[in-house]
Design a binder for this molecule. Structure first.
Ligand code: GDP
Ligand code: MG
Length: 221
């Protein structure tokens, strides 16, 4: 296939996804559902953060999770075990979720009853960045075990996010990680980025994050 044809195909894929994402955004808006698209490398703590946040979000706030992974139902199972309503998308090789997959996962789901939909994207800091899912807020999760240079290496994932959750702060005494350098690099990619420091082990920062998030969701109503 010629390079020009490959570029055209890619453009068509992105354009089609954008159309569907815009339709989803309209649906979410009508239903009054606040939607988060969580992006990170594998293992930074996305599922753990959802587990920790769910009981601390404002009482009465109805949560629903869409979990994306290449294979297995493990993450959705983990969340269901602690009483969180969740569906799993298994992409079978695709390194990101797209708007078509989200539309399918929401078939038969009464969106009007859901205040907060969290989409846990496939662990990857590259591909998910280019696929709008109609979200209200994009969150990039980083953790202390990944190295402080990730915002320099993957600026697009920071550039398009509204919030960064900097997780596993309990491990800071044991790893080489310069927090000031990390934050400076993240802010270079995105001057507007709001950064929360969290630990799913000690619970540091989880309360503050949940309060801020509950306020955002409440502000939408
Ligand atoms: N020490 C520590 N470990 C964590 C923290 N958050 C998650 N983990 C661990 O990191 C691993 C990956 O977490 P998981 O939530 O599955 O990450 P995901 O792939 O981004 O969903 C698991 O072993 C978690 O127990 C944290 O704040 N501190
Ligand atoms: Mg996970």
């Amino acid at each position: 296939m010629s390079q020009q044809r490959q570029i055209q195909l890619k453009k068509n894929v992105y354009n089609r996804n954008q159309e569907l994402a815009d339709e989803l955004r309209e649906r979410f808006k009508k239903a009054g559902t606040y939607v988060i698209n969580m992006i990170s490398s594998p293992g930074s703590g996305k599922t753990s953060l959802i587990e920790k946040m769910a009981p601390r979000l404002n009482a009465g706030l109805k949560l629903f999770v869409i979990d994306g992974d290449l294979e297995t139902e493990r993450d959705a199972d983990r969340l269901r075990e602690v009483g969180i309503e969740a569906v799993q998308i298994q992409t079978h090789g695709s390194c990101h979720l797209d708007a078509t997959m989200i539309g399918k996962a929401l078939e038969g789901v009464a969106l009007e009853a859901i205040d907060l939909l969290i989409i846990e994207n496939v662990g990857n800091l590259v591909c998910p960045t280019s696929f709008d899912l109609g979200e209200t807020l994009r969150v990039v999760v980083a953790s202390t075990t990944e190295g402080d240079d990730k915002p320099l290496k993957y600026p697009a994932s920071y550039h398009r996010a509204g919030v960064c959750i900097f997780n596993k702060t309990d491990l800071l005494p044991y790893v080489r990680f310069d927090v000031a350098q990390f934050e400076a690099a993240a802010r270079r990619a995105n001057g507007e980025l709001k950064i929360f420091h969290t630990s799913c082990s000690t619970g540091q920062g989880i309360e503050e994050l949940c309060q801020w998030l509950s306020d955002q969701v409440g502000g939408m109503a």
